[in-house]
Ligand binder design. Sequence first.
Ligand SMILES: [Zn+2]
Ligand SMILES: [Zn+2]
Length: 186
Amino acid sequence: MREATRLPVAPRPFRDELLSSWVARVACRYGLEARDLTQCLAERGSDKLPPFDDITPNQDQIRQWARACRIDPMRLQRLSLAYRHSKRAQLWLLERIGSPMPVCFSCFDDDCAADRDSYIRADWVLAEYFVCPVHRQMLRDRCPSCDGHLYVSYRMRDGRARPVCRKCDDRLTGAYSGHTLPGIPK
Ligand SMILES: [Zn+2]
Ligand SMILES: [Zn+2]
């Protein structure tokens, strides 16, 4: 039987982070996309695994990732949307899962200024979220460089995970956006 893979370096998840964002941040430490590292951690011979489910993650995947990253599986479980919003009808959550990811570029810039990894906030996938409550800006679901639907990947820059457009690889930053909503007091 193969020894369970343990990763020498794995960032901890942020409390308000989307589970798949944490997985992608870990993978980018190894120059991989989340799906590739997920497959590496899977038992040998297993079929191609689906991507991590942010709503109700597969428990085997949770256990594999917890073991590989030396982290309490419950801590990962608490990142799932089903755990965060246990009283909510799931259809309400589902609208944006698997769709282009709406994000706030200024939140990414704040992460940069705070010298931490950038990460996707779990609330951004909620169907009723259109405006970042911190920056009073519309969430964006198109890449400002290639105008494609936005799917976020991470790349390591100066020791931190920074978000890029999966399609054109351009860095995602608030320097592009001027979408502060008029008339909304700070
Ligand atoms: Zn923001
Ligand atoms: Zn792009």
